[in-house]
Write a protein of this length. Structure first.
Length: 228
């Protein structure tokens, strides 16, 4: 049996539902987990720390990151999974939705990178994984804002990787097709059964693969899509 203190620490941002919520439960047996979202139930045990945090607030991002550090002593991995899904054509797009998406997907991600990078630099290791989308690589109708923000977040990830190689810090964008989650079932409704879906276990497997690679192995991005 692995001693709890020897387990790596993974901080999951956006960890109450969807992919993030699934990862919190799936990774818990092998890692110590901290998780936050706006509506998560607070929990503080030997292997799990969960608290409410709004990614749109820089002070809260800093507080949660420091609380994770105080709880576990270090942070090995950050998985950023917070997101919104406002879909509309360019003509019908509400600019307020664009602003909200930018705050969560790009600025929220940057806030947490700024909070966790000094810790990872000090400990001379770390891994930042952004849960992105295939729409950050290709565009389909009515998803202009979503695609633009996911592409911007991927640029943040690449910048993190390039700027922090000397600190042994890695960063990877996971570009996912539609994942079979409760959230996506609600979002797509009757169209859901006709979609070619990525399974949650596939996302878990990809993250486990990344975390087993040697320090010299670099994966800047990974595309996982359903069967065409």
């Amino acid at each position: 049996m692995v001693d709890m203190a020897s387990k790596k620490v993974i901080m999951v941002v956006g960890g109450s539902r969807g992919i993030g919520g699934f990862l919190v439960g799936a990774l818990a047996p092998d890692y110590r987990i901290s998780a936050c979202s706006r509506d998560i139930d607070r929990c503080d045990t030997a292997g799990l720390f969960a608290a409410q945090c709004d990614v749109r607030n820089a002070g809260e991002a800093q507080w949660f990151t420091q609380a994770t550090l105080s709880k576990f002593g270090h942070i090995d991995v950050m998985i950023y999974s917070a997101g919104l899904f406002p879909y509309a054509s360019i003509r019908e797009m509400d600019m307020a939705d664009l602003d909200a998406l930018y705050e969560v997907v790009v600025r929220g991600y940057l806030r947490f990178c700024k909070a966790v990078l000094p810790i990872m630099q000090q400990q001379s290791h770390g891994y930042i994984i952004n849960i992105g989308s295939i729409r950050g690589l290709t565009v389909t109708p009515n998803k202009c804002a979503y695609s633009a923000m996911k592409r911007a977040a991927a640029s943040v990830t690449e910048s993190v990787r390039l700027e922090n190689k000397m600190y042994n810090i890695k960063a990877t964008s996971l570009h996912l097709g539609t994942v079979d989650t409760e959230s996506s079932r609600k979002r797509y409704g009757g169209k859901f059964n006709h979609l070619n879906l990525v399974k949650e276990q596939d996302v878990l497997g990809a993250i486990q693969f990344l975390l087993t690679l040697s320090d010299k192995a670099v994966v800047d991005s990974l595309l996982i899509n359903g069967e065409p």
